[in-house]
Design a protein around this ligand. Structure first.
Ligand code: RFL
Length: 393
């Protein structure tokens, strides 16, 4: 079997690549290890930034993919119980539409539906995917179909969109890519709970440690609590989580419902360079991990997908490889920009609270940065530009 692009992985990156190629009239096949039901309920990110909203608009997909999803343009920073509202879009509206509150699984479900409606080829439960001849003219992708039959696809390009633990990056020989990794030395307990969402996405700073409260639907919230990096989630029963949130959010009456998911992870960042090996292109988490502060992980996946799909379109339509050759450099430029923003926000919101991390000097520096954000219009605009992702390319 032959196609133009084989996409490995049906997360936000792979599904966006597939939809954009389909809309460009370019053949592709998506191979996903899990079932449709599984990928359609995997809950992670929650905000689609302005730049990504614009991207879907420019492809005529915004109504189908983001229709009915509420917008948000204000963040709350609660510092020792004091509320500060910060707008995350330009005051004159020139940055375009505000960000959308869209849980990742809803985005994934809608991208799957849009792709299948357009006649796309998406194969779930594809096992043992392996990549061959990546440096030749026609790479081959082998896998076992859901019914157990071995299959093989030849193609012009492979889009490696299978996340940090996928097989795409692992198929690249040692030494061909450089990994830049950073461990922030911070842990987060994250829980999903049947609790009413906050009025605005909320970041809280206090001497008790960082906490956050984000909407994940009309009756659902994701909460984060700073904790030791290797803490045991079992040490956080529902009542302890609730009490810690009430203290750190300075909201003794915070409504809190049953926890449906609970996890502890380390804040880490990782960038691979380059994002290409022969005819394999890495997109999304397969290429880079951003610490969750600032909500850039999924949005970078959407950015890379757009860049890659446009580059393939240039090759197929005009025999022009310029953009494809430039994919890694352009994508990495933005990846480092977002890594810097996420790192800045991570340091600021942790150092400003609990000074056991970096001491009172760092604590006062972080408080000064927050103060500047709340009082200086120029600092507010710079922050909005980074949050919305619409800084000039
Ligand atoms: P995904 O979503 O991991 O999708 C990869 C897909 O590839 C499949 N796969 C394979 N398929 C075939 N063969 C194989 N061998 C395969 N191995 C894997 C997987 O089943 C899956 O379907 O990567 P993608 O598309 O690059 O998207 C990236 C985002 O998912 C990720 O950046 C975000 O979820 C990160 N993230 C957040 N990002 C934000 O922008 N804002 C947030 O608020 C935010 N919160 C989060 C997050 C990630 C979290 N976790 C658990 C990692 C909160 C959490 C808790």
């Amino acid at each position: 079997e032959a196609t133009t692009v084989v996409v490995i992985g049906a997360g936000p990156a792979g599904l966006t690549v597939a939809n954009l190629l389909r809309r460009s009239g370019i053949d592709c096949v998506v191979l996903e290890r899990q079932s449709r039901a599984y990928v359609g309920q995997r809950q992670r990110a929650g905000i689609v930034e302005t730049r990504a909203v614009r991207m879907f608009e420019s492809w005529g997909l915004a109504d189908r993919v983001l229709g009915g999803v509420p917008s948000e343009g204000i963040l709350e920073f609660r510092v020792d119980g004091e509320r500060h509202l910060v707008r995350d879009y330009d005051h004159d509206g020139s940055a375009g539409p505000p960000a959308r509150i869209c849980p990742q699984q809803v985005l994934v479900q809608k991208l799957i539906a849009a792709y299948l409606e357009d006649g796309g080829d998406l194969r779930f439960e594809a096992a043992d995917v392996s990549l061959h001849d990546l440096t030749g003219d026609r790479p081959t992708v082998r896998y076992r179909a859901a019914d157990g039959t071995p299959r093989s696809l030849t193609c012009s390009f492979v889009a490696g969109c299978d996340g940090d633990h996928g097989i795409s990056r692992a198929a690249v020989p040692a030494g061909a890519l450089t990994a830049h990794a950073y461990d922030h030395g911070i842990g987060w307990l994250t829980v999903l709970a049947d609790a009413p969402p906050p009025a605005h996405p909320l970041f809280a700073v206090s001497e008790h440690g960082f906490a956050a409260h984000f909407p994940r639907g009309p009756h659902s919230s994701r909460f984060y609590l700073q904790c030791p990096p290797d803490d045991d989630p079992g040490a956080w029963p529902d009542t302890r989580v609730r009490d810690a949130l009430r203290t750190r959010l300075a909201d003794p009456a915070l409504p809190f419902g049953p926890i449906t998911d609970r996890e502890v992870f380390r804040l880490r960042s990782l960038v691979h360079d380059p994002l290409r090996y022969g005819r394999l292109f890495l997109v999304g988490d397969a290429a880079h991990i951003v610490s969750p502060m600032g909500g850039k992980g999924m949005n970078l996946a959407l950015y890379g997908a757009d860049l890659f799909a446009r580059a393939v379109r240039d090759v197929v339509r005009n025999d022009d490889e310029t953009a494809l050759r430039d994919y890694s450099r352009r994508c990495l430029r933005r990846v480092w920009n977002d890594q810097e923003f996420s790192d800045w926000l991570t340091r600021t919101l942790h150092d400003a609270g609990d000074d056991t991390l970096h001491g009172p000097f760092r604590r006062n520096l972080a408080r000064a940065r927050l103060d500047r954000l709340f009082t200086s219009p120029a600092a507010g605009r710079a922050f909005a530009e980074l949050m919305t992702g619409v800084e000039p390319d």
